[in-house]
Design a protein around this ligand. Structure first.
Ligand code: SUG
Length: 418
C-alpha cells in the first residue's frame, strides 16, 4: 500500500505581521497599507485553520516564522534595524514567509525521474520584502525534508528570473500517489502590474525538480491586471480536478486539451465570468481555497475564506456547484481575515507536499497537542497589534524576536534561530 499522502504545511503567522503596502499588484496589500495589524489574532486564525484540517482527518504540518527584522539583509545594505530608513525596515521586518505557497515548488516522487520528492526554493525576487526569504526557507526545508533517500531540496533559481514557487504550479494526476502532469504557470511583463513568474524560472525549476510530464501555461494578462498576482488567485487543482476562472489563462482551450490528452481522468470546472467576475473572484479569493480530498468516500471539499461566503455572486455560484453533484461536495469557510487583508488566503498559507509523513522531520508535523502548545506561546508572546508607523520601536523589535525564540524552543527547533 502506498504511504504517500498530501501534507499541507502552513506558515505560522509571525509576530511581525503588519500592513506595509509592499506588494504592488496585490489589491488587498495596497488597500490596507497603513492599517493596524493584529499579529496575535492573525496567528490564532492560522492555527485554527490547521486544527480544522486535522479535524477533517488531513495530514498537517507547519513552518516556523523567519527571523525578522532580517539584520543580515540590512547589513548587506549597509544599515541595521535601528538606523534603516523606514521603507527598508518595513521590507526587512515583513512576516511574509507566512505564505508558504511561495516557499518552494514541490514535485512529488511519482512525478520525478529519480523518484524522490524535489523542492526548489523560490527566489521571490520581484518584491524586495520577499526577495530575502529564501535563505531562511532553504535552511528550514533542508531540515524538514532532510532524508536524501526521499527528498532533494534545491537552492533557488538565480536572478533575474523571478520564481514564486507553488503559487504558480499545479499538478493533475489520477490520485496523489500516481504520476501526474505538472503545470507551470508564468506571466508576461507589459501590463500595469509586475508579472512575478518568469517562464525561464519555471523551466529551470522543472529541470531541477526532474519532472517528467510538464506543461508551461501563460497566465492571462487580464487576470494579472485585475490583481491576480499569482495563479493560485484564479485557479486551484487537486488530483484529477482543475477548478479555474474562465479568464485565468491566455489560451485556456489548448491548455485544457493538452491536459485531457495527458491525464484522461481530468475534470475541469470553469467558472464563467458572467456568473463570477474576475473582480469578485479576486476580492473573495474563491480560487485561493484549499481543494482537498476528504478521507473515506466523502469526495472533495473547498476550504474557503469567509470572504467567499460573504460575496453574493460567489456564494450563489458555489451553491449551484454543490447542487450539481460534481467532484466538489463540501464548502468549508475558514476565518483568515488578518492574512487576507494582505492578499493571503487559505491556499497561500500552505505548501502542499505529497510524501510519506514518516520520512518528514516530525518536529514539523502538527498534532492537536502541538497546536495547543503553539497557541499558548502565541497567546503569551505575539504582539496584540502593530501600527506600521511604529515598526522601528526597539521594544517592539525585541518583543518580536523574543516571541519567535520562545516558539522555536517549544517546537525544539532552536537550531533555526538565525
Ligand atoms: O506576495 N502579500 C503577499 C501575499 C502572498 C499570497 N500568496 C499566494 N497567492 N500564494 C504577496 O503579495 C503583502 C505584505 C505587505 O504589504 O505588508 C504581501 O507580501
Amino acid at each position: 500500500m502506498s504511504t504517500l499522502v498530501e501534507i499541507n504545511f502552513d506558515g505560522i503567522i509571525g509576530p511581525s505581521h503588519n500592513y506595509a503596502g509592499l506588494s504592488l499588484g496585490n489589491i488587498a496589500s495596497s488597500t490596507n497599507a497603513g492599517a493596524t495589524a493584529y499579529p496575535r489574532e492573525a496567528a490564532l486564525q492560522g492555527i485554527a485553520k490547521m486544527r480544522h484540517n486535522l479535524d477533517l482527518g488531513l495530514a498537517q504540518g507547519f513552518f516556523m516564522p523567519l527571523d525578522r527584522p532580517n539584520e543580515r539583509w540590512l547589513a548587506a545594505l549597509g544599515t541595521d534595524s535601528i538606523l534603516a530608513p523606514r521603507h527598508l525596515l518595513s521590507n526587512a521586518i515583513s512576516a511574509s514567509s507566512m505564505w508558504a505557497a511561495n516557499a518552494a515548488t514541490v514535485s512529488p516522487a511519482p512525478d520525478t525521474i529519480d523518484e524522490r520528492c524535489h523542492l526548489t526554493v523560490a527566489n521571490l525576487q520581484t518584491m524586495p520584502h520577499r526577495s530575502h526569504e529564501w535563505t531562511g526557507t532553504l535552511k528550514q526545508l533542508r531540515l524538514a525534508f532532510a532524508d536524501p533517500a526521499h527528498f532533494a531540496v534545491h537552492a533557488p533559481v538565480p536572478p533575474p528570473f523571478g520564481d514564486e514557487g507553488a503559487a504558480n504550479h499545479m499538478r493533475i494526476c489520477a490520485s496523489h500517489e500516481s504520476a501526474g502532469v505538472e503545470i507551470f504557470v508564468y506571466g508576461v511583463a507589459g501590463g500595469p502590474f509586475p508579472a512575478r513568474q518568469h517562464i525561464e524560472a519555471s523551466r529551470a525549476v522543472s529541470r531541477l525538480n526532474e519532472t517528467q510530464s510538464v506543461l508551461f501555461v501563460q497566465q492571462s494578462g487580464q487576470a494579472i491586471a485585475a490583481g491576480a498576482f499569482h495563479n493560485d488567485v484564479v485557479a486551484v487543482a487537486n488530483e484529477h480536478v482543475l477548478f479555474a476562472h474562465e479568464q485565468a489563462f491566455e489560451d485556456a482551450a489548448s491548455f485544457y486539451q493538452d491536459l485531457r490528452d495527458r491525464v484522461p481522468e481530468t475534470e475541469i470546472i470553469v467558472v464563467p465570468a458572467d456568473k463570477v467576475s474576475l473582480k469578485d473572484a479576486i476580492a473573495s479569493y474563491l480560487f485561493n481555497a484549499q481543494l482537498v480530498t476528504l478521507p473515506g468516500d466523502d469526495g472533495m471539499a473547498l476550504i474557503l475564506p469567509t470572504e467567499a461566503r460573504d460575496n453574493a455572486p460567489v456564494w450563489s455560484y458555489l451553491q449551484e456547484l454543490i447542487a450539481g453533484n460534481g467532484p466538489i461536495r463540501k464548502l468549508l469557510p475558514v476565518d483568515v481575515r488578518q492574512s487576507m487583508a494582505n492578499g493571503g488566503g487559505p491556499a497561500c498559507l500552505r505548501l502542499r507536499v505529497v510524501a510519506d509523513p514518516e520520512k518528514v522531520d516530525e518536529r514539523f508535523l502538527a498534532t492537536p497537542r502541538k497546536l495547543d502548545e503553539i497557541t499558548k506561546i502565541v497567546a503569551e508572546y505575539w504582539p496584540k497589534s502593530i501600527d506600521p508607523g511604529a515598526l522601528s520601536d526597539p521594544e517592539l523589535i525585541s518583543a518580536i524576536r523574543q516571541a519567535r525564540s520562545k516558539l522555536l524552543g517549544t517546537c525544539r527547533l532552536s537550531e533555526l534561530a538565525d
